[in-house]
Design a protein around this ligand. Structure first.
Ligand SMILES: [Cu+2]
Length: 143
């Protein structure tokens, strides 16, 4: 009887949706003039007992959204690389912030201005999704 009960319960723990474990905060986008790509920033905290892995990001407001990491190259220049995944450890957090991990949003579907809010969808490795409202901020916003 106990074994049956355990077998009934365990899959629920094993399959806790990654998106449900994540709390997003301080989500914002730095708008740059013209066709320059915008940077997207957010703090992601994992309140679950297993890691959550972000595998892609999308928004109806932009044609393309990529996950990037800024870092210094060996010559001391700031460079960006594309990440195909970003893992948020169990009971841990990852900050997407200027000069580090960030979203790169290209080709706004329609004009945006500071104060607007757009929805961005975070897609996790288990197929779960988290929709997060991002505040549009001006080019001189830093944090
Ligand atoms: Cu970038």
């Amino acid at each position: 009887m106990l074994l049956v009960l355990l077998m009934a319960l365990l899959p629920h723990y094993a399959l806790a949706a990654q998106a449900d474990q994540i709390k997003a905060s301080h989500a914002w986008i730095r708008l740059l003039p013209g066709d320059l790509p915008a940077g997207g920033y957010v703090r992601l905290d994992n309140q679950g007992a297993s890691a959550a892995t972000l595998v892609s990001v999308q928004s109806a407001a932009y044609v393309s959204v990529m996950l990037h990491q800024s870092a210094m190259d060996q010559a001391g220049n700031s460079a960006m690389r594309v990440l195909d995944r970003l893992t948020i450890p169990a009971h841990g957090g990852v900050a997407l912030a200027p000069a580090g991990y960030h979203l790169m949003l290209q080709q706004a579907a329609h004009p945006l201005k500071p104060g607007d809010k757009i929805d961005v969808t975070l897609n996790f490795a288990d197929g779960s999704h988290l929709q997060v409202p991002f505040l549009i901020r001006p080019a001189n916003a830093v944090d």
